[in-house]
Ligand binder design. Structure first.
Ligand code: KG4
Ligand code: ZN
Length: 368
């Protein structure tokens, strides 16, 4: 594919996508030009909320219950039958193995029964390509390659250089050494007794708060030219603060949320711009559940506008876990002839090569 070309320019194929890597059971039918024909997401939030986080066994069992009806709904909403789709794409990695297994087994069964090609999709590639989905809005524009992709979700946080839509064209520039950003939002919300998932509640609470009245928080890995990220320190700082001086009012909680969100979004914007400068790339894409965050969207938009960088952030529906992005990433692979066999199994790690090691200690690449 020539640089700057769109991922798949023609609408020739219809792909059924299935996603079950974490706590959403989702299915969608998408054309290979990115047009979303249906997009069904069954969230398990209520099942996990009492525990303040995702319980793997509950997730797997809930996927098992929801998967077939969700697929039937996606086909019905798209006005199509299984016999009429051109392929079946499924999230095969990374994620909770028991949860992934449900989607993978279902996709294999459907592919075998309907004699359709099966495509294994990496969830992270799905998120990075979610920006190519088109949902019928008049002002939809898609980016050109290359772009810097900031992927921020509940399980992953990393910066990528994307020279094309295929795995071999996506290179990690830096990732979190510890917690993912969404995980930090969820843990801080739990500490403050705000419920699960934490991102949306902190996002809302922060709107009523004043970051300058919250605790002074250090920006993690701010110096040097590192593109690595770290969020466990800031979570611990909040935990210490809450322990030493429990917030006594809703206003104090809101100030804490605002202070936390200010530092986290600030460092994400800073590192993304650093990546764009270092790679000499003028386009930025933000993807993943945390891309729904209002402050991140606003500060990233302002910073990119100031520097003449083109910014693309998918609509909320495309940011959080969905199967439309999996169907689209599947269409890209299917067009390249990359199908999977019926021996496909789930894997817990991404297929994108990692440069950032998890944990503490010295790094070979520069960090602060
Ligand atoms: O991409 P996603 O739906 O699932 C994963 O692949 O992890 O991301 C879920 C994460 C959760 O941690 C959730 O708290 C966070 O995205 N999130 C947000 C917002 N909406 C969802 N974080 C910050 N602000 C939000 N508005
Ligand atoms: Zn995700």
């Amino acid at each position: 594919m020539p640089p700057g070309a769109c991922a798949i320019p023609d609408a020739g194929m219809r792909i059924l996508g299935i996603e079950s890597s974490c706590d959403e059971t989702a299915a969608a039918v998408v054309q290979s030009d990115g047009l979303v024909l249906s997009d069904v997401v069954n969230s398990q939030i209520a099942a996990h909320a009492p525990y303040g986080g995702v319980v793997p066994e509950i997730a797997a069992r809930d996927h098992l219950r929801a998967a077939v009806p969700v697929v039937e709904q996606a086909l019905a909403d798209a006005g199509t039958r299984l016999a009429d789709v051109d392929g079946i794409a499924v999230t095969a990695r990374p994620g909770l193995v028991g949860a992934l297994l449900v989607g993978v087994q279902l996709a294999k069964g459907l592919a075998w029964a309907a004699d359709k090609p099966l495509v294994a999709v990496d969830h992270l590639v799905g998120h990075l390509l979610s920006v190519f989905l088109r949902r019928g809005a008049a002002d939809e524009k898609v980016p050109e390659f290359p772009f810097i992709g900031l992927l921020v979700s509940g399980g992953h946080s990393a910066l990528y250089r994307c020279d094309g839509p295929h795995t071999a064209e996506i290179r990690e520039l830096g990732a979190t050494r510890d917690d993912a950003v969404g995980e930090a939002f969820d843990k801080v919300a739990k500490l403050l007794g705000l419920g699960y998932p934490g991102g949306p509640v902190i996002d809302r609470a922060a709107r009523h708060g004043d970051a300058s009245r919250g605790p002074a928080l250090k920006t993690p890995l701010a110096g040097g030219d590192s593109l690595e990220l770290s969020f466990s320190g800031i979570k611990s700082a909040i935990a210490r603060h809450v322990h030493d001086a429990p917030p006594a009012s809703d206003a104090a909680v809101a100030d804490l949320c605002a202070a936390f969100q200010r530092v986290v979004t600030g460092v994400l914007v800073k590192k993304t711009l650093r990546a764009a400068r270092r790679e000499r790339v003028g386009t930025v894409v933000v993807a993943g559940g945390v891309a729904a965050n209002r402050e991140l969207r606003d500060t990233m938009a302002a910073a990119c506008a100031e520097r003449g960088i083109a910014l693309y952030v998918p609509p909320f529906k495309s940011c959080t876990d969905n199967a439309a992005m999996i169907a689209y990433a599947g269409a890209v692979k299917l067009a390249a002839g990359a199908t999977a066999g019926l021996d496909l199994g789930p894997a817990t790690h991404t297929e994108l090569p990692r440069v950032t090691r998890k944990g503490r200690g010295r790094r070979s690449i520069t960090s602060s």
